[in-house]
Design a protein around this ligand. Sequence first.
Ligand SMILES: C[S@@+](CC[C@H](N)C(=O)[O-])C[C@H]1O[C@@H](n2cnc3c(N)ncnc32)[C@H](O)[C@@H]1O
Length: 254
Amino acid sequence: MEWNPALYERYRQLRERPGRDLLNAIPDIDARSAIDLGCGTGYLTRQLADRFADAAVTGLDSDDAMLAKAAATPSRVRWQKADIGDWRPLASVDLVFSNAALHWVPDHPTLFARLAGHLSPDGILAVQMPDNFAAPSHLLLKDLAQQDRWRDALAGALDHGVVLSAADYWRILRPHCRTIDIWHSDYLQVLAGDDPVLAWVSGSALLPVMTHLSVVQAADFTEAYRMALRDAYPRQIDGSTLFPFRRIFILARI
Ligand SMILES: C[S@@+](CC[C@H](N)C(=O)[O-])C[C@H]1O[C@@H](n2cnc3c(N)ncnc32)[C@H](O)[C@@H]1O
């Protein structure tokens, strides 16, 4: 699956806010090393580097286009192309940060235990992920993918996005971490323009679907999805569209 930095950054301000909320929730620590897993276009990684000025900061991502965009802005961050699933640091890390990326990586019980295992003594794991998989935007996507005309092409395409419950993450991290703080935030996102929810998911959740369809199929699918989204997310009286978005935050310290 290939990412499109321009599409993703169309809603940068709104996408950035939960990342900043995560960053602000991290206590002051004397971090000497920090990594941003799934750094994307790197705007949060650069903020991480500003906040933890003494830390060697790495931004890791598997997507060439996202990394190229990240590297295009001068900073002291070291950019690394790798898969989060394969990430095994040579030395333990003081701060492992990840915003809106780990929901693309499977097997969270193994993943989160492994990430906690890479922390140095007193190190922090700080994670934010979407937790809106029961929202109409996702359920409609799954319903359409089940229709006869797309079912075969889309088999397995939407199998990612396995975000567990807060209690599950607590149970996974408890053997490794001294303190664990997990919470949800609901953002009432107010979007402008025509079909803005479609525009939003085109930069993220819709990408795996598009990868699996031919050009003609993709156009048909997008049209059907657009109509369904218009019903689910009607325009408000001032012309804006409300797109409530739930996110889970995990802050754990060993
Ligand atoms: C929704 S974007 C978030 C980017 C950034 N963290 C932010 O908050 O703007 C998700 C990013 O995770 C990356 N990603 C997804 N799965 C990955 C994996 N298995 N390994 C490395 N990067 C991955 C994608 O390439 C993409 O850049």
